[in-house]
Design a protein around this ligand. Structure first.
Ligand SMILES: Nc1ncnc2c1ncn2[C@@H]1O[C@H](COP(=O)(O)OP(=O)(O)OP(=O)(O)O)[C@@H](O)[C@H]1O
Length: 312
């Protein structure tokens, strides 16, 4: 917002109200970083339960992690979440929900920053430059707003050198060069471990067990094999794991036919269109499912639902 019009608007409103502080008023017109803004736990819970389909583990862990972190006045380190799973299962989507619950403007907020490996750090020979830039960006943004949120997409494609560059910010230091990073939130998204998570889900399905019976402890050994000891996970050898800098590893399960249907209905509702079950079935049936014999999981999750809907 342009400062003159903000100032003018504030003047007009204060003339009418007479009691709101300049800061209160300013923050109604321009975005402010409210370090002590409380997290509305029930709103977050409702968002996750209503909008995120088929991810009972992610819903539970994200809620617990964020509520715990935001209610702690003196966290010892920033919150670091690592989200893993197959394509189109909701990792970016949930980051958007988290961002909106922390900063009302969500991904558009000046205090929420999204980095995509292949877009922002594409050239291996420029690692040194990227490291410097990233450190400057993070330092600058956290100095401006302690509760900044940083989302790193395609973490499995991120050069370990870049992860090393952000490592000092994730650690238990009180301050780094006069800036405290302890109230910031880092979210890493990756497909690493997705195939192994899928295999576990499939084992449950084949054993006739419900998806909702899958517990974190069923996936922890799987993730440790696929992510912590896997050269291609991005986190490997980055030291984040040895130093326990990642607080929560969050698995995303592959989506089934019924979840794709739910995504189609949600998208129709978001477009303000009445839900036509014929369209729901047509779009869901156009998706491809695996494994070949059982055809249970959508190979792109809900990812292409929006573009497919444009045909109807
Ligand atoms: N579990 C889900 N519940 C509701 N909607 C979903 C879910 N998963 C995906 N979607 C829908 O599909 C779109 C694409 O999903 P999203 O970008 O979150 O996938 P992703 O897991 O980040 O995939 P990738 O690993 O390929 O980046 C979302 O914007 C959302 O509309």
């Amino acid at each position: 917002l342009e400062p003159v019009s903000v100032g003018l608007a504030i003047g007009v409103v204060s003339a009418f109200t007479g009691y709101l502080s300049y800061e209160d008023l300013y923050c109604r017109f321009a975005e402010c970083c409210v370090a002590e803004r409380r997290l509305n736990a029930s709103a977050l819970k409702q968002d996750l339960e209503e909008k995120l389909f088929g991810q009972h583990l992610a819903t539970e862990v994200i809620l617990k992690a964020l509520v715990g972190f935001k209610s702690n006045k003196n966290p010892k380190k920033p919150l670091t979440l690592s989200l893993h799973g197959w394509a189109g299962t909701g990792k970016n989507y949930v980051s958007q929900i988290i961002a909106e619950n922390l900063h009302p403007r969500g991904l558009k907020s000046n205090f929420v920053h999204l980095y995509v490996s292949t877009l922002h750090f594409p050239h291996e020979q420029k690692i040194k430059l990227y490291q410097d830039q990233l450190q400057k960006w993070i330092r600058g943004n956290v100095s401006a707003c302690a509760s900044s949120v940083f989302i790193f997409d395609e973490m499995d494609k991120l050069h370990p050198g870049i992860i090393d560059a952000i490592k000092p910010f994730l650690d238990y230091y009180e301050q780094v060069d006069g800036v405290s990073y302890r109230k910031a939130i880092f979210i890493f998204l990756s497909n690493a471990g997705g195939d192994l998570i899928t295999r576990t889900a499939l084992d449950f399905w084949r054993a006739g067990r419900k998806r909702e019976e899958i517990q974190l402890k069923d996936l922890e050994p799987v993730l440790s094999l696929g992510v912590f000891n896997n050269k291609h996970s991005g986190l490997w050898h980055s030291g984040l794991i040895d130093r326990n800098l990642v607080d929560y590893f969050i698995p995303f399960l592959p989506l089934e036919y019924r979840h794709v249907q739910m995504c189609v209905r949600a998208e129709l509702q978001a477009r303000g269109v009445t839900v036509d079950e014929d369209v729901v079935t047509k779009v869901a049936q156009e998706m491809t499912f695996f494994p070949k014999d059982e055809m249970i999981y959508s190979d792109k999750g809900c990812k292409t639902v929006q573009s497919r809907l444009d045909f109807y």
